[in-house]
Design a protein around this ligand. Sequence first.
Ligand code: ADP
Ligand code: MG
Length: 344
Amino acid sequence: MSVAIEFKDISKRYGDVTALDHVSFRVEEGEFFSMLGPSGSGKTTSLRLMAGFEQPSSGNLALLGQEAAGTPPYARDVNTVFQDYALFPHMNVLDNVAYGLMVRKMAKAERHALAQEALAMVALPDHGNRTPAQLSGGQRQRVALARALVNRPRILLLDEPLGALDLKLREQMQVELKVLHRKLGITFVYVTHDQGEALSMSDRIAVFNNGRIEQIATPRELYYRPRTRFVADFVGSSNVFTADLAEPLCGKRQAFAVRQENIHVTKPDAPKVAGQVQLEGELLAVQFLGASQRLEIKVGSHVITALQSDNTSTVPSQQPGADLQPGQTVALHWAEQHMVMLDD
Ligand code: ADP
Ligand code: MG
Protein backbone atom coordinates (compact mmCIF):
# COMPACT_ATOMS: atom_id res chain seq x y z
CA MET A 1 0.00 0.00 0.00
CA SER A 2 1.28 3.46 -0.66
CA VAL A 3 1.38 6.32 1.79
CA ALA A 4 -1.06 9.20 1.35
CA ILE A 5 0.26 11.42 4.15
CA GLU A 6 3.39 11.28 6.23
CA PHE A 7 4.21 13.50 9.24
CA LYS A 8 7.91 13.26 10.05
CA ASP A 9 8.70 14.70 13.47
CA ILE A 10 6.48 17.74 12.92
CA SER A 11 6.16 20.53 15.46
CA LYS A 12 4.00 23.62 15.07
CA ARG A 13 4.31 26.63 17.34
CA TYR A 14 2.18 29.77 17.44
CA GLY A 15 4.23 32.25 19.49
CA ASP A 16 4.77 30.42 22.76
CA VAL A 17 1.88 27.95 22.20
CA THR A 18 3.03 24.52 21.01
CA ALA A 19 0.11 23.20 18.97
CA LEU A 20 2.00 20.09 17.76
CA ASP A 21 4.96 18.61 19.56
CA HIS A 22 7.18 16.25 17.49
CA VAL A 23 4.39 14.31 15.81
CA SER A 24 5.07 11.42 13.40
CA PHE A 25 2.52 9.20 11.69
CA ARG A 26 1.45 7.84 8.31
CA VAL A 27 -1.94 7.62 6.64
CA GLU A 28 -2.27 4.90 4.01
CA GLU A 29 -3.90 5.62 0.67
CA GLY A 30 -7.60 4.76 0.70
CA GLU A 31 -7.77 4.71 4.49
CA PHE A 32 -10.50 6.28 6.65
CA PHE A 33 -8.18 7.83 9.23
CA SER A 34 -9.55 9.79 12.18
CA MET A 35 -7.85 12.28 14.45
CA LEU A 36 -9.62 12.15 17.80
CA GLY A 37 -8.94 14.31 20.83
CA PRO A 38 -10.29 17.03 23.09
CA SER A 39 -10.53 20.66 22.05
CA GLY A 40 -7.10 22.28 21.66
CA SER A 41 -5.21 19.00 21.24
CA GLY A 42 -3.83 19.83 17.77
CA LYS A 43 -6.27 18.12 15.37
CA THR A 44 -7.19 21.14 13.25
CA THR A 45 -3.57 22.26 13.17
CA SER A 46 -2.62 18.85 11.72
CA LEU A 47 -5.35 19.16 9.10
CA ARG A 48 -4.31 22.71 8.16
CA LEU A 49 -0.74 21.50 7.66
CA MET A 50 -2.00 18.76 5.32
CA ALA A 51 -4.09 21.29 3.38
CA GLY A 52 -1.17 23.71 3.15
CA PHE A 53 -2.88 26.56 5.05
CA GLU A 54 -0.03 26.37 7.58
CA GLN A 55 3.64 25.33 7.44
CA PRO A 56 5.38 23.23 10.10
CA SER A 57 7.76 25.04 12.47
CA SER A 58 10.02 21.99 12.17
CA GLY A 59 9.83 18.52 10.64
CA ASN A 60 8.61 17.40 7.23
CA LEU A 61 5.32 16.60 5.57
CA ALA A 62 4.94 14.36 2.53
CA LEU A 63 1.74 13.98 0.49
CA LEU A 64 1.34 11.05 -1.90
CA GLY A 65 5.06 10.40 -1.79
CA GLN A 66 6.14 14.01 -2.47
CA GLU A 67 7.58 16.55 -0.05
CA ALA A 68 4.77 19.07 0.49
CA ALA A 69 6.85 22.09 1.52
CA GLY A 70 6.51 24.81 -1.08
CA THR A 71 3.33 23.39 -2.64
CA PRO A 72 0.50 25.89 -2.12
CA PRO A 73 -2.96 24.65 -1.03
CA TYR A 74 -4.55 24.87 -4.50
CA ALA A 75 -1.82 22.71 -6.02
CA ARG A 76 -2.24 19.91 -3.46
CA ASP A 77 -4.37 16.89 -4.31
CA VAL A 78 -6.38 17.64 -1.19
CA ASN A 79 -9.74 19.25 -0.39
CA THR A 80 -11.21 20.26 2.94
CA VAL A 81 -14.72 20.22 4.39
CA PHE A 82 -15.12 22.42 7.46
CA GLN A 83 -17.77 22.40 10.18
CA ASP A 84 -18.90 25.93 9.38
CA TYR A 85 -19.27 25.35 5.67
CA ALA A 86 -20.03 28.80 4.26
CA LEU A 87 -22.22 28.42 1.18
CA PHE A 88 -22.91 31.53 -0.90
CA PRO A 89 -26.53 32.40 -0.02
CA HIS A 90 -27.31 34.22 -3.28
CA MET A 91 -26.08 31.37 -5.52
CA ASN A 92 -28.03 28.23 -6.23
CA VAL A 93 -26.70 24.88 -5.09
CA LEU A 94 -25.26 23.89 -8.48
CA ASP A 95 -23.26 27.13 -8.74
CA ASN A 96 -22.09 26.77 -5.15
CA VAL A 97 -20.67 23.36 -5.98
CA ALA A 98 -19.19 24.59 -9.27
CA TYR A 99 -17.69 27.73 -7.74
CA GLY A 100 -14.11 26.44 -7.44
CA LEU A 101 -14.19 25.27 -11.05
CA MET A 102 -15.45 28.68 -12.18
CA VAL A 103 -12.56 30.39 -10.37
CA ARG A 104 -10.29 28.08 -12.33
CA LYS A 105 -11.99 29.31 -15.51
CA MET A 106 -13.61 26.04 -16.52
CA ALA A 107 -16.36 26.50 -19.15
CA LYS A 108 -19.91 26.66 -17.79
CA ALA A 109 -21.30 23.50 -19.39
CA GLU A 110 -18.34 21.45 -18.25
CA ARG A 111 -18.35 22.73 -14.67
CA HIS A 112 -22.10 22.26 -14.36
CA ALA A 113 -21.77 18.67 -15.54
CA LEU A 114 -19.08 17.98 -12.92
CA ALA A 115 -21.10 19.76 -10.21
CA GLN A 116 -24.17 17.72 -11.12
CA GLU A 117 -22.10 14.55 -10.78
CA ALA A 118 -20.82 15.66 -7.37
CA LEU A 119 -24.39 16.38 -6.22
CA ALA A 120 -25.40 12.89 -7.29
CA MET A 121 -22.54 11.47 -5.19
CA VAL A 122 -23.97 13.10 -2.07
CA ALA A 123 -27.53 12.00 -2.95
CA LEU A 124 -28.81 15.46 -3.91
CA PRO A 125 -29.17 15.07 -7.68
CA ASP A 126 -32.39 17.11 -7.89
CA HIS A 127 -31.43 20.01 -5.64
CA GLY A 128 -29.16 22.02 -7.96
CA ASN A 129 -31.67 24.80 -8.52
CA ARG A 130 -32.44 25.46 -4.89
CA THR A 131 -30.79 28.14 -2.81
CA PRO A 132 -28.96 27.14 0.40
CA ALA A 133 -31.82 28.64 2.45
CA GLN A 134 -34.17 26.05 0.92
CA LEU A 135 -32.11 23.15 2.30
CA SER A 136 -31.99 21.47 5.69
CA GLY A 137 -28.80 21.53 7.76
CA GLY A 138 -27.88 18.02 6.69
CA GLN A 139 -28.46 18.85 3.04
CA ARG A 140 -26.31 21.98 3.31
CA GLN A 141 -23.50 19.90 4.77
CA ARG A 142 -23.81 17.49 1.85
CA VAL A 143 -23.52 20.42 -0.57
CA ALA A 144 -20.31 21.44 1.22
CA LEU A 145 -19.10 17.87 0.72
CA ALA A 146 -20.01 17.99 -2.98
CA ARG A 147 -18.08 21.25 -3.30
CA ALA A 148 -14.95 19.49 -2.02
CA LEU A 149 -15.53 16.36 -4.11
CA VAL A 150 -16.08 18.23 -7.37
CA ASN A 151 -12.31 18.73 -7.59
CA ARG A 152 -11.85 14.95 -7.41
CA PRO A 153 -9.17 15.11 -4.72
CA ARG A 154 -7.23 11.99 -3.79
CA ILE A 155 -7.36 13.08 -0.17
CA LEU A 156 -10.43 14.52 1.54
CA LEU A 157 -9.95 16.34 4.84
CA LEU A 158 -12.99 16.72 7.10
CA ASP A 159 -12.84 18.95 10.19
CA GLU A 160 -15.73 18.08 12.53
CA PRO A 161 -18.08 18.20 9.53
CA LEU A 162 -21.11 16.93 11.44
CA GLY A 163 -20.61 19.01 14.57
CA ALA A 164 -23.49 21.38 13.82
CA LEU A 165 -26.06 18.64 13.17
CA ASP A 166 -28.42 17.10 15.70
CA LEU A 167 -27.77 13.55 16.90
CA LYS A 168 -30.10 11.66 14.58
CA LEU A 169 -28.94 13.46 11.47
CA ARG A 170 -25.32 13.08 12.58
CA GLU A 171 -25.73 9.32 12.85
CA GLN A 172 -27.35 9.16 9.43
CA MET A 173 -24.56 11.25 7.89
CA GLN A 174 -21.93 9.04 9.54
CA VAL A 175 -23.36 6.07 7.66
CA GLU A 176 -23.55 8.05 4.42
CA LEU A 177 -19.96 9.23 4.73
CA LYS A 178 -18.78 5.65 5.24
CA VAL A 179 -20.68 4.54 2.13
CA LEU A 180 -19.24 7.44 0.15
CA HIS A 181 -15.73 6.60 1.32
CA ARG A 182 -16.12 3.02 0.17
CA LYS A 183 -17.53 4.12 -3.17
CA LEU A 184 -14.86 6.73 -3.94
CA GLY A 185 -11.92 4.72 -2.61
CA ILE A 186 -9.98 7.91 -1.76
CA THR A 187 -8.25 8.77 1.53
CA PHE A 188 -10.42 10.40 4.20
CA VAL A 189 -8.87 12.21 7.16
CA TYR A 190 -11.59 12.91 9.68
CA VAL A 191 -11.28 15.20 12.70
CA THR A 192 -13.63 14.72 15.63
CA HIS A 193 -13.76 15.09 19.41
CA ASP A 194 -16.53 12.47 19.56
CA GLN A 195 -15.14 9.04 20.39
CA GLY A 196 -18.33 7.24 19.30
CA GLU A 197 -18.10 8.86 15.89
CA ALA A 198 -14.43 7.92 15.51
CA LEU A 199 -15.01 4.34 16.67
CA SER A 200 -17.92 3.76 14.32
CA MET A 201 -16.39 5.18 11.13
CA SER A 202 -12.62 4.75 11.09
CA ASP A 203 -10.14 2.20 9.81
CA ARG A 204 -7.62 3.67 12.26
CA ILE A 205 -7.72 6.42 14.86
CA ALA A 206 -4.95 8.68 16.15
CA VAL A 207 -5.73 9.90 19.68
CA PHE A 208 -4.40 13.42 20.23
CA ASN A 209 -3.64 14.90 23.63
CA ASN A 210 -1.93 18.21 24.16
CA GLY A 211 -0.15 18.38 20.80
CA ARG A 212 1.01 14.76 20.85
CA ILE A 213 -0.37 11.44 19.69
CA GLU A 214 -1.06 9.02 22.55
CA GLN A 215 -1.91 6.00 20.42
CA ILE A 216 -2.75 5.07 16.83
CA ALA A 217 -4.83 1.92 16.43
CA THR A 218 -7.95 0.38 14.96
CA PRO A 219 -11.20 1.17 16.79
CA ARG A 220 -11.27 -2.26 18.41
CA GLU A 221 -7.64 -2.10 19.54
CA LEU A 222 -8.20 1.34 21.03
CA TYR A 223 -11.31 0.22 22.82
CA TYR A 224 -10.02 -3.08 24.16
CA ARG A 225 -6.29 -2.31 24.46
CA PRO A 226 -5.80 1.34 25.38
CA ARG A 227 -2.14 1.89 26.14
CA THR A 228 -2.35 4.98 28.33
CA ARG A 229 -4.57 6.40 31.04
CA PHE A 230 -5.61 9.18 28.73
CA VAL A 231 -6.79 6.81 26.00
CA ALA A 232 -8.52 4.48 28.46
CA ASP A 233 -10.41 7.41 29.91
CA PHE A 234 -11.15 9.26 26.67
CA VAL A 235 -12.15 6.33 24.47
CA GLY A 236 -15.23 4.64 25.86
CA SER A 237 -14.81 5.72 29.48
CA SER A 238 -12.96 2.99 31.35
CA ASN A 239 -12.37 3.07 35.07
CA VAL A 240 -8.72 3.98 35.45
CA PHE A 241 -6.91 2.72 38.54
CA THR A 242 -3.68 4.61 39.12
CA ALA A 243 -0.61 2.75 40.38
CA ASP A 244 -1.36 3.95 43.94
CA LEU A 245 -4.87 2.52 43.82
CA ALA A 246 -3.74 -0.66 42.07
CA GLU A 247 -1.22 -1.68 44.72
CA PRO A 248 -3.60 -2.54 47.58
CA LEU A 249 -5.99 -4.20 45.12
CA CYS A 250 -3.67 -6.51 43.27
CA GLY A 251 -0.27 -6.10 44.90
CA LYS A 252 1.27 -4.47 41.82
CA ARG A 253 2.21 -0.83 41.34
CA GLN A 254 0.97 -0.54 37.78
CA ALA A 255 -1.97 1.49 36.55
CA PHE A 256 -4.75 -0.48 34.93
CA ALA A 257 -8.18 0.09 33.40
CA VAL A 258 -11.41 -1.88 33.53
CA ARG A 259 -14.23 -1.09 31.14
CA GLN A 260 -17.50 -0.03 32.71
CA GLU A 261 -19.40 -2.90 31.10
CA ASN A 262 -16.97 -5.45 32.55
CA ILE A 263 -17.72 -4.54 36.15
CA HIS A 264 -20.53 -6.52 37.74
CA VAL A 265 -22.40 -5.38 40.80
CA THR A 266 -24.16 -7.74 43.20
CA LYS A 267 -25.28 -7.91 46.82
CA PRO A 268 -22.26 -8.12 49.12
CA ASP A 269 -22.72 -11.72 50.23
CA ALA A 270 -21.72 -13.18 46.84
CA PRO A 271 -19.12 -15.97 47.16
CA LYS A 272 -15.58 -15.29 45.95
CA VAL A 273 -14.76 -16.72 42.53
CA ALA A 274 -11.30 -17.72 41.28
CA GLY A 275 -9.95 -15.44 38.56
CA GLN A 276 -12.13 -12.56 39.72
CA VAL A 277 -11.23 -9.42 41.59
CA GLN A 278 -13.84 -8.61 44.20
CA LEU A 279 -14.31 -5.43 46.21
CA GLU A 280 -16.95 -3.91 48.42
CA GLY A 281 -18.20 -0.39 48.15
CA GLU A 282 -21.12 1.92 48.73
CA LEU A 283 -23.63 2.37 45.94
CA LEU A 284 -23.87 6.10 45.32
CA ALA A 285 -26.24 6.29 42.37
CA VAL A 286 -28.25 4.20 39.92
CA GLN A 287 -28.90 5.97 36.63
CA PHE A 288 -31.43 4.37 34.28
CA LEU A 289 -30.36 4.91 30.64
CA GLY A 290 -32.87 2.76 28.79
CA ALA A 291 -30.81 0.01 27.20
CA SER A 292 -28.46 -0.01 30.17
CA GLN A 293 -27.98 1.39 33.63
CA ARG A 294 -25.05 3.14 35.08
CA LEU A 295 -24.05 2.48 38.68
CA GLU A 296 -21.63 4.61 40.67
CA ILE A 297 -19.91 2.91 43.57
CA LYS A 298 -17.60 4.50 46.11
CA VAL A 299 -14.61 2.38 47.05
CA GLY A 300 -12.39 4.22 49.53
CA SER A 301 -11.87 7.64 47.99
CA HIS A 302 -12.45 6.35 44.47
CA VAL A 303 -15.69 6.30 42.46
CA ILE A 304 -16.09 3.35 40.10
CA THR A 305 -18.65 3.27 37.32
CA ALA A 306 -20.33 0.06 36.17
CA LEU A 307 -22.59 -0.26 33.14
CA GLN A 308 -25.15 -3.05 33.23
CA SER A 309 -26.85 -3.66 29.95
CA ASP A 310 -28.83 -6.87 30.27
CA ASN A 311 -32.20 -5.15 30.42
CA THR A 312 -33.99 -7.80 28.41
CA SER A 313 -36.06 -9.29 31.22
CA THR A 314 -39.72 -8.34 30.99
CA VAL A 315 -40.14 -8.79 34.73
CA PRO A 316 -39.16 -5.46 36.32
CA SER A 317 -37.90 -7.07 39.52
CA GLN A 318 -35.48 -9.23 37.51
CA GLN A 319 -33.87 -6.37 35.66
CA PRO A 320 -30.32 -5.71 36.85
CA GLY A 321 -30.06 -2.97 39.39
CA ALA A 322 -33.77 -3.10 40.16
CA ASP A 323 -33.09 -4.39 43.67
CA LEU A 324 -30.17 -2.09 44.41
CA GLN A 325 -30.67 1.08 46.41
CA PRO A 326 -28.27 4.01 46.77
CA GLY A 327 -26.60 3.96 50.18
CA GLN A 328 -26.38 0.18 50.40
CA THR A 329 -23.18 -1.82 50.45
CA VAL A 330 -22.56 -3.79 47.26
CA ALA A 331 -19.90 -6.09 45.84
CA LEU A 332 -18.02 -5.31 42.63
CA HIS A 333 -16.47 -8.04 40.55
CA TRP A 334 -14.47 -8.19 37.40
CA ALA A 335 -12.56 -10.94 35.67
CA GLU A 336 -8.78 -10.53 35.87
CA GLN A 337 -8.66 -10.87 32.08
CA HIS A 338 -10.59 -7.62 31.81
CA MET A 339 -7.84 -5.63 33.52
CA VAL A 340 -5.90 -3.71 30.85
CA MET A 341 -2.43 -2.73 32.04
CA LEU A 342 -1.45 0.85 31.13
CA ASP A 343 1.96 2.33 30.33
CA ASP A 344 1.35 5.51 32.33
P1 ADP B 1 -8.15 21.18 18.02
O1 ADP B 1 -8.52 21.24 16.60
O2 ADP B 1 -7.69 19.82 18.47
O3 ADP B 1 -9.22 21.71 18.91
P2 ADP B 1 -6.13 23.17 17.33
O4 ADP B 1 -5.23 22.45 16.42
O5 ADP B 1 -7.12 24.09 16.74
O6 ADP B 1 -6.86 22.11 18.28
O7 ADP B 1 -5.26 23.99 18.37
C1 ADP B 1 -4.15 23.47 19.08
C2 ADP B 1 -3.54 24.57 19.94
O8 ADP B 1 -2.99 25.56 19.11
C3 ADP B 1 -4.54 25.28 20.84
O9 ADP B 1 -3.90 25.58 22.04
C4 ADP B 1 -4.88 26.51 20.05
O10 ADP B 1 -5.29 27.54 20.91
C5 ADP B 1 -3.55 26.83 19.38
N1 ADP B 1 -3.74 27.53 18.09
C6 ADP B 1 -4.32 27.02 16.98
N2 ADP B 1 -4.30 27.92 15.96
C7 ADP B 1 -3.69 29.02 16.47
C8 ADP B 1 -3.35 30.31 15.92
N3 ADP B 1 -3.64 30.63 14.64
N4 ADP B 1 -2.73 31.19 16.73
C9 ADP B 1 -2.42 30.88 18.01
N5 ADP B 1 -2.71 29.69 18.58
C10 ADP B 1 -3.32 28.78 17.83
MG1 MG C 1 -10.36 21.88 15.77
